[in-house]
Design a protein around this ligand. Structure first.
Ligand SMILES: Cc1cc2nc3c(=O)[nH]c(=O)nc-3n(C[C@H](O)[C@H](O)[C@H](O)COP(=O)(O)O)c2cc1C
Length: 237
């Protein structure tokens, strides 16, 4: 370990109290690092949100892998404050669609979304119809766990719940895309109905809903451009 550090981590006392393991890290060759960076960037540049799905089935194992990949996310105090509820039941998907469309109809038709919001959505062409919620073979609803409930019923705080769950969501989307599937980050607002429809406990709050599957034949997506490096970053050397 580097002798540049005056305060070794873990200290002998810490390690005596809590187990630590060696990271086991191998540096890659510079050209390998660059190639991997390029490969992931190229892969992720091809990710798109899809709003029309094929009804072709997707094996449950692939959904499980995506959930376990998402669950490698860092989280505040390692609380992993997320719960993925994976639904393939046609009846439950249908109930989700009915409830989501009821909320979205108010958003779009009764102007619960203000004009600025509606204008921002115009290029996407979204409306209150959410047929894909029944068509996609899977719906995965990601819940944030606001606090933990211990076996004895005691409530324990979770930390940075939204940040942690957001990072897990990103990894989940990347895992789905990497396996050759598509999804949509969907937030039928307000989402409280999902707690009831999916029979989730009081300490869980719906975060994002992901329909997952293959895209419908010849599906189209908005021709969006992504911001350049200069627009999304500042380097301070
Ligand atoms: C937090 C969040 C909520 C979103 N909610 C919706 C939604 O409810 N309905 C929808 O059609 N798209 C939704 N989107 C998808 C965005 O419209 C989409 O990511 C954006 O237009 C960029 O397109 P891309 O994902 O294909 O790059 C949401 C995205 C995020 C990150």
């Amino acid at each position: 370990m580097s002798d540049l550090y005056k305060h070794p981590y873990p200290s002998a006392e810490l390690e005596a109290a809590h187990p630590f393991v060696e990271l086991g890290f191998n540096r890659l060759a510079p050209n390998e690092m660059e190639a991997r960076g390029d490969a992931l960037l190229e892969l992720m540049e091809r990710r798109r949100s899809v709003r029309m799905f094929s009804s072709d089935p997707v094996p449950r194992e692939l959904i499980e892998k995506a959930i376990m990949t998402a669950s490698t996310a860092p989280s505040g105090a390692h609380k992993q404050p997320w719960r993925f509820v994976a639904v393939s039941s046609p009846d439950v998907k249908s109930a989700i669609r009915t409830a989501a469309e009821a909320e979205e109809r108010i958003n779009y038709e009764e102007n619960r979304m203000n004009e600025q919001w509606q204008a921002a959505l115009a290029p996407l062409g979204t409306d209150w119809h959410k047929e894909f919620l029944e068509m996609a073979p899977w719906i995965v609803v990601l819940f944030e766990e606001r606090y933990e409930v211990a076996a004895d019923g005691e409530q324990r705080k979770n930390y940075y719940v939204k940040e942690s769950t957001g990072i897990a969501a990103g990894l989940f989307i990347a895992a789905i895309h990497n396996m050759g599937l598509v999804t949509l980050t969907h937030t039928p607002s307000p989402m409280a109905f999902l707690t009831k429809t999916l029979n989730r406990p009081e300490n869980e709050r719906p975060f994002v809903l992901f329909p997952i599957g293959y895209p419908a034949d010849k599906v189209k997506v908005p021709d969006l451009k992504r911001k350049s490096l200069g627009e999304v970053s500042v380097f301070i050397d």
